[in-house]
Design a protein around this ligand. Structure first.
Ligand SMILES: Nc1ncnc2c1ncn2[C@@H]1O[C@H](COP(=O)(O)OP(=O)(O)OP(=O)(O)O)[C@@H](O)[C@H]1O
Ligand SMILES: O=P(O)(O)OC[C@@]1(O)O[C@H](CO)[C@@H](O)[C@@H]1O
Length: 311
């Protein structure tokens, strides 16, 4: 079974405001709401790829019905611990004229020690040998920075495969328990190694250092520039695909979903990277935090394969 964890979900409110002007009254041209948060976005894409997952995490009563109804409609299994604080709403500002994409993310409600304990029990009871666990996104106040380390350790000891997509100390701590796959973006990677990374060589050097710590597979996403994938078989560079961009939100999550799909389907490295790249590009072609489907991603595969080289 695939299990995704979203400890700080968000209702993503995408607002299209063309020629957005700071300090002025701005008018919204189009708006949409999507249930989001990184783990949930992975579950949404996996469902579109024909893979069922169980989504776990925390939800506040303010948005519980909204999230659960949406997940039920989409046919995604879910078990979210109720929290006494609220689930956040994140604003995603799209300016189609200036071609800018701005995220304004709320911190999310605080988690009490009892709620955290309830989640840990649920996680321990749920994970079984052979499961594939995705730990993704930030956490609210009250959740220790070592949470992904704890969850990775628990899952690995049960014989599950673990994918982590997080930033800063959350990711740094998780590395000590050797997740199987991580997907930092360039900025997150730079924070992780504590230095600026400007060239392809510098990025490869940084991920090789992380691989030496016992993390076999590392996919570094680089926005429109594409990505770099390091596995035990070698390093590969995928140049970015040029596509019309509607929203960049969730592009990284689509890549993570493609990685999970590829692991389950035992794809080789090049086809894994090509699908991840295609899923990221298919996702930016859609509004808001809409999930891409498999045929949208596969329609870009040929172009993606042509842009991959061993480095
Ligand atoms: N402007 C773009 N044009 C084409 N492809 C893009 C663009 N932005 C992102 N992508 C695709 O999506 C992938 C992931 O993007 P990015 O590196 O921005 O992820 P991220 O920072 O993890 O995003 P998020 O946290 O919003 O999910 C890229 O590697 C690329 O394949
Ligand atoms: O604040 P976090 O947890 O780092 O990121 C949250 C978030 O920006 O990530 C997703 C896109 O990847 C969105 O659905 C969501 O709003």
């Amino acid at each position: 079974m695939v299990i995704t964890v979203t400890l700080n979900p968000a209702l993503d409110k995408t607002l299209v405001v063309n020629n957005f002007a700071v300090g002025e009254v701005n008018r919204v041209q189009a708006a949409r709401d999507d249930i989001g948060g990184k783990g949930l976005n992975v579950s949404k894409v996996l469902k579109e790829f024909g893979i069922q997952s169980l989504a776990l995490g925390f939800l506040g009563n303010n948005l519980r019905d909204r999230f659960e109804k949406d997940l039920d409609t989409k046919g995604i299994d879910h078990r979210f611990i109720s929290i006494s604080s609220g689930t956040r709403t994140n604003i995603k500002l799209v300016d189609e004229k200036k071609r800018t994409f701005t995220d304004i993310n709320e911190p999310g409600g605080a988690i009490t020690p009892e709620e955290l304990e309830e989640f840990l029990t649920l996680f321990q009871q749920t994970i079984k040998k052979g499961d594939l666990v995705v730990l993704a996104g930030g956490v609210g106040e009250g959740v220790p920075i070592t949470i992904y380390k704890t969850l990775t350790g628990l899952a690995k000891r049960k014989g599950a495969t673990v994918v982590v997509d997080a930033e800063g100390k959350l990711l740094g701590e998780a590395l000590t328990e050797h997740p199987d796959v991580i997907k930092p973006n360039e900025k997150e990677l730079s924070t992780l190694v504590g230095r600026t990374l400007q060239t392809e060589e510098q990025i490869v050097q940084a991920i090789k250092e992380i691989q030496e710590m016992g993390i076999d597979n590392i996919l570094v996403s680089m926005g429109s520039e594409g990505s770099i994938y390091l596995t035990p078989n070698g390093a590969y560079r995928a140049e970015g695909l040029q596509v019309p961009v509607k929203s960049t939100v969730g592009a990284g999550d689509s890549m993570v979903a493609a990685l999970v799909y590829s692991i389950l389907n035992e794809r080789d490295d090049i086809n894994t990277l090509a699908l991840a790249q295609s899923a990221g590009a298919a996702s930016v072609m859609l509004e808001g935090t809409k999930a891409c489907n498999l045929s949208q991603a596969e329609s870009l595969m040929e172009r993606a394969l042509m842009k991959i080289r061993r480095i």
